[in-house]
Design a protein around this ligand. Structure first.
Ligand code: SAM
Length: 477
């Protein structure tokens, strides 16, 4: 495409706005629309700790299979060759990596999440930042991943499950519902804000069609609104990372400047911009803010009373959403069933601080925060998609272990595990949902793995491994 053709493709006001931002870099920016797209994936450190990469055969194999090249701004991120389709590899089903646009990997590391903290990802679907933050937390502490749109919240929840995180609660709430429930609560908050998506123009023509100056203005108003809630929920001394995949100043620098003016307890640590003509990625904006240690609670309370429109989800898909209410019910009998299963099948399992929760037949382990301010009572009345780790489903006098549990454990925690090579016919058959031949002498719940990475449960009996991979995850071809 020539630069003239690119100009004809893009909205005139967008071109003028970009010209003002970029000056003599504008031709290079326009030329980037004709450059090949970059594809990225990020390794999941709870599946493969960073320090073990060098000697790990699975990492070496993927490195050459997908032609991996490091992404300079993300220590777990790599470019891959699109033709190699990493989403189809069994290691993807095992949660070894998450596929993500490379420049979008710049924001979550700026949050500097640590194990044991209490963290909120306020606009989280489909889960790129959530899975990066959860990886840094190493399953310790509490991560609340929230998504306002129910259908997207379900996808977020599936990604949390596939990556095997135990400390993540997925909610489907508006920012004001959360800030009312969790004032001055989080050590760190990620706000990857809904935006006008100018960084999507290269890969999504619909993003161009939806763009208009009025839409930019609407997004900026919505971002200001959401930021108020984020400010209220952050503890003194806490860190807030704001990011967008758009280029205009209104949704980026101007949004941050207005926020700082309104909330002097916050300090801007730095901003970063990735441009598609300067890096291999679609572009991203990141602002890192900290809240003063001396910020007082009364100022935070005032934040909630500033006038703002209420955020509401557009769609009303309530599938897979639960409303906790019975968190305090006595679950001794259910936990006894689980413990008897765990003793037999997962004798080395340690769940970490938390409490059991039951929704219908499903039994969950709800993670607690370090300060014990969070529990089942905290979720009362909120829409919750995943209240922590799904342990299993209660049946008559037994428990059927959940797929999420299989993906969250390691081979070493299981009493019985059968691991197959990634390219073996047995593994392909398991992923299609077929039964397998059981190794001699094993009986009971058995973890099935690909090169030692769990992919699901099978139940061994009479020389057969009966397949318990959820139907929705089976691969037909
Ligand atoms: N952080 C995600 C990731 O890394 O995969 C991407 C988030 S996307 C940029 C922004 C999200 O904000 C969308 O999932 C969108 O549904 C959600 N959203 C839209 N309107 C919202 C609102 N008023 N309040 C909070 N979130 C909203």
């Amino acid at each position: 495409m020539s630069i003239t053709q690119v100009r004809n493709l893009l909205p005139e006001t967008f071109i003028q706005q970009s010209q003002q931002l970029l000056g003599d870099q504008m031709p290079a920016f326009l030329a980037s629309y004709d450059a090949p797209r970059a594809y990225g994936l990020r390794f999941n450190p709870i599946k493969l700790p960073l320090l073990q990469w060098a000697g790990d055969q699975r990492f070496q194999a993927l490195s050459s299979l997908f032609s991996l090249e490091p992404i300079e701004w993300c220590k777990t991120g790599f470019y891959y060759n699109e033709a190699t389709r990493p989403g189809k590899h069994p290691y993807h089903a095992a949660g070894l990596y998450y596929i993500q646009e490379p420049s979008a990997m710049s924001a979550a590391d700026a949050l500097e999440a640590h194990p044991g903290e209490t963290i909120l990802d306020l606009a989280a679907a489909p889960g790129g930042k959530t899975t990066q933050i959860a990886g840094a937390m190493n399953n310790q502490g509490l991560l609340i991943a929230n998504e306002i749109h129910p259908a997207r919240a379900k996808i977020l929840s599936e990604n949390v499950e596939r990556c095997g995180f135990r400390n993540t609660v997925v909610t489907c709430a508006t920012p004001d519902q959360l800030s009312e429930r969790f004032p001055i609560f989080f050590d760190r908050i990620m706000l990857d804000a809904p935006c006008s998506g100018e960084g999507m123009f290269r890969k999504d023509p619909d993003a161009i069609a939806e763009w208009s100056p009025a839409h930019v203005e609407l997004c900026a108003t919505r971002q200001a609104d959401i930021l108020v809630h984020a400010a209220r929920m952050l503890k003194p001394g806490g860190r807030l990372v704001y990011s967008t995949c758009t280029f205009n100043r209104a949704e980026n620098e101007d949004a941050i400047a207005a926020f700082l003016e309104a909330f002097p307890a916050f300090k801007l640590e730095r901003t970063e911009r990735l441009w598609p003509h300067q890096c291999r990625g679609e572009g991203h904006f990141v602002a890192v803010l900290t809240k003063s240690k001396d910020a007082d609670a009364s100022a935070d309370a005032a934040l909630s009373s500033s006038p703002r429109p209420r955020s509401k989800p557009k769609r009303n898909d309530r599938r897979a959403i639960t409303r906790p209410g019975n968190g305090h019910a006595n679950l001794t009998a259910e936990m006894a069933l689980f413990e008897s299963f765990a003793q037999e099948a997962l004798p080395r399992l340690a769940l970490g601080p938390g409490e059991p929760l039951r929704f219908g037949d499903a039994l969950y382990w709800l993670p607690h925060d370090a300060e014990k301010r969070f529990g089942a009572f905290s979720l009362h009345g909120l829409k919750v998609v995943r209240p922590g780790l799904h342990l299993g489903d209660i049946r008559t006098k037994r428990i059927e272990p959940a797929h999420a549990l299989a993906i969250s454990v390691s081979e070493g925690e299981a009493a019985r595990a059968v691991s197959y090579p990634a390219d073996s016919p047995e593994l392909a058959a398991f992923l299609r949902g077929e039964a397998l031949q059981a190794p001699d002498g094993i009986n009971g719940w058995t973890l099935i793995a690909v090169d030692s990475l769990p992919v699901g449960w099978a139940k061994a009996s009479e020389s057969q491994l009966k397949n318990h991979l959820p139907k929705g995850l089976r691969r037909l071809s």
